[in-house]
Design a protein. Structure first.
Length: 268
């Protein structure tokens, strides 16, 4: 069966297609197997929707869903140099892939090796949807309840513009490997006090883990009083066995990198 490819350029046209044709939505196409394209009657490519810009509105940073990883790095480096997403996305995959992989497709697909999802979950981002369900929803809710959002397309990702220092690590043997896990840590300083701390590990048995307990225990503590080793000891992460190492191995390695990341953030 040959598929019909459509390239809508406005919201009404796109929503009409979503409601009528139950199409396969195409972002960068790097996560869609060829067989799935062949078996779909209608493929809707989002490339003409004009969702390929990043901008700030005074409160949030809005990232268009069809921005490639490369474009996001380029635009965010201009708006917020040193942003944790710049560090994460500039290391993902290879250059040709970074030129194709889109933000919307990466949130919708959420592979275990995602370099995007850790920073977005740590920052408390939301998705802006159009289609059957429209409006803004916290990204944690979106990825944990995918069935509720069938028939909707991600138009943008809304990232709170927080004054936080970020640290990002991907566990790989060589740079272009799929990471065994990724870790994102964020810290906000208020004088000599740790006003806010967030952490997320992606690649665990439950797919991702947000370090809520550790965040609560660190808030309001003086920087000099944080016992980094003791905090790292509290970190309990369950990983599945992977080709690149056992679950137990990843649990130990993750602890080491958490400790290094936290120490690095506290020294800034
Ligand atoms: C060899 C290889 C290495 C990779 N390495 C990494 C890596 O190190 N780090 C990393 O982060 N990623 C990596 N990736 C990318 C990752 O595995 C996925 O392929 C990618 O995240 C999918 O994004 P896409 O834009 O290509 O989505 P697509 O392939 O276009 O779509 C993926 C899914 O999302 C849906 N979709 C697409 N856009 C939207 C939208 N706007 N709203 C709702 N649904 C949508 C599609 O219908 C489909 O179900 C790698 C990919 C490859 C092939």
């Amino acid at each position: 069966m040959s598929s019909k490819w459509l390239f809508p350029s406005d919201i009404d046209e796109l929503v009409g297609l979503l409601e009528r044709d139950n199409p396969l939505v195409h972002g960068g196409g790097t996560g869609i197997p060829r067989g799935r394209v062949r078996s779909s009657k209608v493929v809707v490519d989002l490339g003409r929707m004009g969702w390929d810009r990043c901008y700030e509105d005074g409160k949030d940073i809005l990232l268009g869903a069809t921005c490639s990883f490369s474009r996001t790095v380029e635009e965010l480096s201009r708006i917020r140099p040193g942003h944790v997403l710049v560090s994460a996305l500039s290391q993902a995959a290879s250059t040709p892939l970074r030129n194709r992989i889109t933000l919307g497709g990466s949130v919708a697909f959420f592979p275990l090796w995602s370099d995007l999802m850790g920073p977005l979950l740590a920052l408390g981002a939301s998705v802006d949807l159009v289609g059957t369900v429209s409006g803004r929803y916290p990204i944690e809710h979106f990825v944990s309840n995918r069935g509720l959002f069938r028939g909707s397309v991600i138009r943008a990702i809304v990232v709170p513009d927080l004054p936080m220092d970020g640290w990002y690590y991907r566990e790989v043997r060589v740079g272009f490997d799929y990471p065994g896990f990724t870790m994102t840590l964020l810290a906000q300083r208020d004088g000599d006090v740790l006003a806010d701390f967030r952490g997320v590990c992606v690649g665990t048995k439950e797919r991702f883990k947000i370090f809520n307990d550790i965040s609560e225990s660190l808030k309001g503590i003086r920087y000099g009083d944080v016992d980094v080793n003791a905090v790292a000891e509290k970190l309990k992460l369950d990983f599945p066995d992977k080709k690149s190492g056992s679950g137990e191995y990843f649990g130990q390695v993750a602890k080491v990198w958490f400790e290094r990341g936290l120490a690095g953030l506290l020294e800034r």
